[in-house]
Design a protein around this ligand. Sequence first.
Ligand SMILES: *[C@@H]1O[C@H](CO)[C@@H](O)[C@H](O)[C@H]1NC(C)=O
Ligand SMILES: *[C@@H]1O[C@H](CO)[C@@H](O)[C@H](O)[C@H]1NC(C)=O
Ligand SMILES: *[C@@H]1O[C@H](CO)[C@@H](O)[C@H](O)[C@H]1NC(C)=O
Ligand SMILES: *[C@@H]1O[C@H](CO)[C@@H](O)[C@H](O)[C@H]1NC(C)=O
Ligand SMILES: *[C@@H]1O[C@H](CO)[C@@H](O)[C@H](O)[C@H]1NC(C)=O
Ligand SMILES: *[C@@H]1O[C@H](CO)[C@@H](O)[C@H](O)[C@H]1NC(C)=O
Ligand SMILES: *[C@@H]1O[C@H](CO)[C@@H](O)[C@H](O)[C@H]1NC(C)=O
Ligand SMILES: *[C@@H]1O[C@H](CO)[C@@H](O)[C@H](O)[C@H]1NC(C)=O
Ligand SMILES: *[C@@H]1O[C@H](CO)[C@@H](O)[C@H](O)[C@H]1NC(C)=O
Length: 758
Amino acid sequence: MKLLGILVFCVGLVQGDIYFHNPRGSNNRLDERGRARNNANRMFDSQNNDRGGYNVGSVYYYAGSELQMEWTNQHSCGNPNNHCELIIQYMCDEKMRDGATTSTIPDNPMNCANYDCNTDTKYGMNEDFEYYLNCRTRERNKGLFLADQKPKGHTAIYTRQNPGGTRRGYECPEERDYYPYWHPSPWVDVAVMTNNATRCPYYQEESANVKSRWACVLPRSVLVMNYRRGIVVPNNKEDCEAFVWPPNNPNGTRGVWTEFPAHGVAPPECRETEWSRDNHLGNGLGGYPNLYNWTIPEINHDTCVLRIRYNISTNDYDAWNTNSSANEKRRNQGSGIDLSEQVGFASMEEAKAKGFVLENNPVVKIFDDVDVDLRLAINTAQYGRTFQDRSHTFAIEPRTSDLVGVTIHNLNVRGKRGNIVQVYPAVEYDFVPNTLHAANGDYVHFQWTGSNTNPNNNDGQGQAGTDRSNVVLQDAQLYPEGSGLTSGQKFGHWGRSYPQHINNVTFLGLPKQDLQRLALLMPNQFRGEMSELDDAGTYFDLGPRKITRTGTYHYMCTRNNNFSNRSQKGKIVCSEGASKVKAIGWNGGNVTLGDGKAAVIVSQGTFSKLVKLSVEEWKAEEGEQKVQAANQKVTVGEGYASSYIVVHPEEKFSDEGKKVTLQMKIDPGSSEIGIYRTSSSNFATWTKVDAEVNDGIAQFQVAEGGVYVARTVPQVGLIVGIVVTILVIVALVVGTVVYFKKNPNKWNNIRRSTANRV
Ligand SMILES: *[C@@H]1O[C@H](CO)[C@@H](O)[C@H](O)[C@H]1NC(C)=O
Ligand SMILES: *[C@@H]1O[C@H](CO)[C@@H](O)[C@H](O)[C@H]1NC(C)=O
Ligand SMILES: *[C@@H]1O[C@H](CO)[C@@H](O)[C@H](O)[C@H]1NC(C)=O
Ligand SMILES: *[C@@H]1O[C@H](CO)[C@@H](O)[C@H](O)[C@H]1NC(C)=O
Ligand SMILES: *[C@@H]1O[C@H](CO)[C@@H](O)[C@H](O)[C@H]1NC(C)=O
Ligand SMILES: *[C@@H]1O[C@H](CO)[C@@H](O)[C@H](O)[C@H]1NC(C)=O
Ligand SMILES: *[C@@H]1O[C@H](CO)[C@@H](O)[C@H](O)[C@H]1NC(C)=O
Ligand SMILES: *[C@@H]1O[C@H](CO)[C@@H](O)[C@H](O)[C@H]1NC(C)=O
Ligand SMILES: *[C@@H]1O[C@H](CO)[C@@H](O)[C@H](O)[C@H]1NC(C)=O
């Protein structure tokens, strides 16, 4: 009974969890049929619920293309209930693979094919064997806070969160739990999101992207031969240089303190996290998932993996400034953390007497006059805890010559077969991005993957257990929608469950052949029983396609759209000009439109909270039409010297007295210009903005969004110039006359000299 109590209690403690939905997070799954994954230790330590994750399926992305990453995190972020960090990283290595078994890769080369686990493709692998070997033999950082946990060994596989040294794939537990990590790691930083963005400069300076790491290097053979014999390789320079193995043997092998260069790429983007509520594993504010827009790096690699970590810690102690000095006090005083001040006791001893100590399941007395014990559900291995998810392998491909310089948007499908209850904590089908904003001339890359081994009893159309999707334009609008400016013509409508039936449907201006491919999953599939797409495979790729027609397009998947229980619908808004949205917080950042058309530059400290800044270009005629549609006129200037640049939010967004820099491209050949601001809601007033113009770029400071446009103005400068010239001539003439009046002899000299010449 007591054991059962403890078990139930432990399950209740699992209060974090992070699940990647796009790209599909594995949560350590391969392709198991059951709702629960088989093996939580297969590749990495997620600490997530066994039911999470998607079965294996791989995709590829073009270098430099835009990928919307989506996840759900359970225990809140951007919320005073806890401290939260989200860290996104990737790694590329041709040795990596998803594997063919749900067993964990062995840690003894004798158990792998050809005695080499790095090449035994039966087993899934991310980090390689040497990486784990180094971790397993490296002294753990003894300066870390342990609370009342007692690590069972001296190396980096033993941590407060993993005191028993349990192995998951070849991940290094110490590296997993701490960031930025102090030893070499193959993970390249993409983004760090934190509740406290004033830590961003620290993250960016310390990132292994820009800063090298050091390690004590011993020959691999020495480590392989001795990891079971208790070799502990030092983790610092001084001890490394004194290290010899076997110990005290003058002929032994010496450690070499070696520098490992930085990854040599830009530091990670760093900003506040978006808000989410604790224990509501779902969407953020506004009903859409919290996400990160990743521009795929300009590399060419067949096997890469993405990783997201979710670090949560309590407010009960200052986790960032608590270290092993607290461990030393542990023996007599719980974990060594002094809670007395917070709880209102005079001393740590007094607090301890009442049970206010940071230790596993403390029992506190909160009334002095009533003797009642209350037991708190605290697990110090989890008070300050990291969760993780990783993608399956994916590829990054170089652009073909026709794609150089263009914007490519990835359009994928997330989710898996089943109703909302059956798939949880994964999600039902959806397109990602659910609403895509693109410019005419951009490319959309439709691609998705799924699995044939979902649980057979999960709800869905078509063959049991299988994921399939397609894309068709929805039927035309039947009822009006709320007001608001829509971009161009509208095709299809959200509320419809029928596709467009006419033969000349238009979708992004794609040729009919592409529309048939999207609907019938060709050319991967040639005919077959396709009414519910059953004969097609799990993977579909249309390849990047150029958008040639503006408008708002609503589309759906014919198979998975079951009105009673499921909906798989998406929207693409294609405008004439480009647009970009970026979440920028205290640390600052830039939102730029391609070709230097426009940029908003936010320096550090301008915002005190996260602001979703959007910058959009309206070509001159498009802007003019919108102004006319609002029954207004452009009352300033004579002609256009730029596109309209629209910045949102329109209300004042920066902190008191602070401004952001807006740059916009001025059309070549425009000499005298004025920059004006108006509001996109009514275009009623046009106010002049003070701007500097250099090399065809106008630059000025703003504290609010709005519509900005450069107009040519009457050439005041030229008129002033002519007036000045006339004045100078008059002055010269008058001056000369006055001079010769005063010096008449000089006038005679001139007359004489001209006469001589003549
Ligand atoms: C622990 O933190 C204290 C106070 O910040 C610092 O003085 C001390 O050097 C730290 N100890 C270790 C082992 O990092
Ligand atoms: C998690 O936060 C703790 C402080 O609470 C910090 O020491 C650790 O490095 C962080 N780990 C990660 C992976 O962010
Ligand atoms: C945020 O981090 C800074 C260090 O960058 C620290 O001084 C400050 O106390 C932290 N603020 C909160 C609310 O934790
Ligand atoms: C070290 O090597 C030298 C020369 O090979 C040898 O004479 C000596 O006995 C060795 N010492 C130890 C402790 O093995
Ligand atoms: C819609 O899905 C439900 C199960 O989620 C299923 O019972 C029902 O038959 C489906 N409707 C149709 C028309 O197939
Ligand atoms: C489709 O064809 C019909 C008849 O030719 C035409 O009236 C209609 O405008 C076309 N629709 C589109 C979207 O091109
Ligand atoms: C619809 O989904 C719910 C779970 O959200 C499930 O309980 C119900 O049975 C489904 N309806 C049908 C008709 O299958
Ligand atoms: C990501 O990009 C999309 C599309 O531009 C935008 O709607 C969204 O707000 C962006 N999100 C963040 C967090 O930058
Ligand atoms: C933003 O733009 C400015 C000016 O072009 C540049 O100096 C800065 O490095 C940029 N910052 C980022 C984060 O891209």
